[in-house]
Every structure is written in C-alpha cells, then in structure tokens.
Design a protein around this ligand. Structure first.
Ligand code: GLV
Ligand code: MN
Ligand code: MN
Length: 423
C-alpha cells in the first residue's frame, strides 16, 4: 500500500459524464426498488444498445455477438499487427440490485474511450471496450454467461439446461431478445488476438473504505458452486397431525440452512462463504405442514479444492438431516465456476498507474464473481476495485461516488496506456 500524496483530481467534465451515465443506466429498471435489469432481459438489451450507440457515435466499430456481448473496437493510430488490449464489465443486475455493480466498469470504459478519442492518445494496439452479457447468476444460477461463452466454458447445448424461476430456459430467453444461442462458437475469442484485459468494478466489500484507500488491485477472484435443493416430506393438517408423525420438509430445510452456516464458520472452511438466498415452501399455507421445500445454496471460495469439498460435505450433511427428519432430498448443480489467481504483471501496470496519480492502493482478493475470471483464461487480466459505501452491494443502497469512479477511471486509462506500450 502507498500513501495518497499529490492526488490528481479528476476533471469536472469527466465527473459529470460519469454521473450522467450512471443515472441513465439506473433509469432502465423493471420495478420500484433499486435496479432490476436481469440477465437476457429486454432491458439488458436496451442498456447494451445505449453503449452500442455511444461507441458508434465516437467512431468505434461496434458489434454484438451471438451471446449478446457488445464489443467496440478502436483501431491503432498507425497500422500494426499487435494483439489487442481491452476493458469492460456488465450491465445486467440482480433483482432489486444497485446502480453500480458492473455499471461502474462499463461507464469507466466509456469514459476511457471518449478521452482516448478526444485527446487523440496514440495507440500501438487495438483497444476494445466490452459489455459482457448476463453476468449475474441471479436469474439462471450460472454466473458470467456472456464471458463463459466467449471462453468456450458454456456451449450452445448448455443454454437449454439453465432455467429461470418461471421455467424459461436461457436459450429461449436469448432468442426472445434476438440473440443466437445455437451459434455460440462464433462468439469465442482467440488468445492470439489479445494481449491483456482490465476490468474496473466496485469492491462489494468494505476493505477499501475502512482503510481509506481509493484503489484496489485484485490478486484473486473467488469461485462459486451453486446448488438447487428439493426436500420432500408429507403435507398434511397442522392440527390433526401429532408431532411424532410428521415429515415436515421445512424442518429439514431449516436444519440444512443452519448446517450451511455452521460449516462455513468451521475453522477448516475458514474463508468459505455459504448462503441460502432463496427458499420456497409448498403449499405455503398457514394450516398445512410443508410437504415440499426448494432452496438454493451459493458456496464461494478462493480455494477451488475447498469450494468443491464444501459442496460434497454439504451433500452428505443434507442427506443425514433428511434421513433423521423422515424426508427425502435431491440436489442439482445449478452453476459452477472456479476461482482464479490473476497475473501479477498486469497488476503491476495498474499499481504503476495508481502511483503515478498519487493514489493509494491495496492488493486484495475479490469475494464476488467477475467476467475477468473467464477472460483470464483467454488473455492475462487485471481488476481495479473502487470503494463501496459500507461495503453494501446487490441491494439498492449500493453506492460509490462519481469521484471514486473517476479516480478508478484515471487509473484504468493510465494502465491501458502502459499495457499499450508493453511488449
Ligand atoms: C456477481 O455479482 C456475483 O454474484 O458474484
Ligand atoms: Mn458485477
Ligand atoms: Mn453482481
């Protein structure tokens, strides 16, 4: 970590543009509370179209691929065959989410593009500005869909396996908004075409804020394993059925939820985070014993072995709990993404850019998932974090000031310029 000395203040026009872009995207929401712009929804497409139009107006070559990723390319100032550098993030949200998760990185990318064009910054490499599709796993269980398709980790046949709450498959949702789930091979990136990638993102934790530091340099990104659990018991009359004759699916599910919490707090699993974020009780009547309960489990870890071991341990624990309760239980895998360690040499360019601007930085891991996780399989990738107020994210209270985003954007631009010149 370095101290913040002679901090360059972001320009007022940059701050204003960033604030306007954030406000614009926040207006594209389906609901009253916070921002709801789900993966592969019409509103997500409208947000991508705005980015598409802004980048086209700046003179960039813009395309949307079969997976729904939008990619804007700025050619080198003089002809060269050097591989590209890129930056970007996502524009979809969780239900009742915030205004900054993903958006901050897209807005920063848009601002970098404007400044590079306006200031005619010389470039040896192609610069690509990318909005990844369907990053949030909240709708289909699997996260980072657009970037997984780019990396070949999700292929066409997988898209009919992922299904949302209403029974719509990912493939159907994609077709409904004009995308091409059967042609995902065409969306893949070739490593030879790339030199490096950077993503700016809000921290979604409180480390930077509590340390009073403007910039986070990410060294590792957590993986996630998501399970869908169905418990079957026997629905019956709440008054007529004595306690010793019950097979209550919710009693089993409740014990499973507390087992998740206890396992993640066990010293052997220190660093693992386990969450039951959705639970539905059937038939959901005050006077009927729950006969069926469905719930999700989200396991996050920076250690891939521990992540998968935890999922197995939970499977065994849940089985025993169900047996004791006279219920039965089935577990399905909803999504699985490995953690990654990001390359240090890319992070060093970010650190050099922060130092040059007199901004303090802290090297830290990411607890959340990011498209960078998948893109790092194609090209060396780095992440820049900016502070999140009170560490809150995936909620309407999520907040980062325009100035904090602008500082991160200055670092992003500086790091892109360094990567452009690196060999
Ligand atoms: C992505 O936002 C995640 O859930 O980590
Ligand atoms: Mn995000
Ligand atoms: Mn998110």
């Amino acid at each position: 970590m370095s101290n913040e000395k002679t901090v360059n203040t972001p320009s007022v026009s940059s701050l204003v543009r960033i604030a306007e872009d954030i406000d614009f995207f926040a207006g594209l929401t389906d609901g009253e509370r916070g921002v709801t712009r789900l993966a592969y929804s019409r509103l997500e497409r409208v947000a991508h179209e705005h980015f598409f139009n802004e980048m086209t107006a700046l003179g960039l070559d813009v395309t949307t691929d079969a997976a729904g990723n939008t990619i804007a390319e700025l050619h080198p100032t003089e002809h060269s065959d050097l591989p590209a550098i890129g930056t970007g993030s996502h524009l979809d949200s969780v239900p009742e989410g915030g205004r900054f998760d993903g958006i901050a990185g897209v807005v920063a990318a848009m601002e970098v593009a404007r400044r590079v064009v306006r200031d005619a910054i010389p470039r040896h490499r192609p610069w690509r500005f990318v909005v990844f599709a369907a990053e949030e796993g909240a709708r289909f269980g699997q996260a980072c869909n657009g970037s997984r398709m780019i990396a070949g980790l999700t292929v066409s046949r997988d898209t009919s396996e992922f299904v949302d709450d209403s029974g719509t498959s990912m493939a159907e949702a994609m077709r409904l908004v004009g995308l091409r789930p059967d042609d995902l091979e065409s969306a893949r990136w070739d490593s030879k075409d790339w030199f490096a990638f950077l993503e700016l993102h809000i921290e979604q934790g409180a480390v930077l804020e509590s340390r009073g530091v403007s910039i986070g340099v990410v060294d590792a990104i957590s993986g996630s394993t998501r399970l869908s659990v169905t418990v079957l018991g026997q629905a019956s009359h709440t008054g007529g059925t004595p306690m010793h004759l019950r097979r209550d699916a919710l009693v089993t599910a409740a014990a499973c939820v507390t087992a998740c919490d206890a396992l993640a707090r066990d010293p052997q699993h220190r660093g693992t985070r386990i969450t039951v974020g959705r639970l539905s009780v059937h038939p959901g009547s005050i006077t009927t014993i729950p006969g069926k309960v469905e719930f999700t489990v989200d396991i996050r870890d920076v250690d891939s072995q521990r992540q998968r071991r935890t999922a197995e341990a939970l499977g065994e624990l849940f089985g025993r709990i169900a047996e004791e309760g006279g219920t039965s239980l089935a577990i399905a895998l909803m999504g699985d993404t490995s953690p990654v360690v990001l390359p240090e040499w890319v992070a060093r360019h970010v650190i050099a850019a922060a130092n040059e601007l007199g901004l303090g930085f802290l090297v830290l891991p990411s607890g959340a998932s990011h498209d960078s996780q998948q893109i790092n399989r194609i090209t060396p990738t780095g992440m820049i974090f900016v502070p999140s107020r009170h560490g809150l994210s995936h909620v309407p209270e999520e907040f980062t000031t325009s100035e904090q985003i602008a500082r991160g954007t200055d670092v992003l631009l500086g790091a892109m310029i360094r990567l452009d010149g690196a060999r």
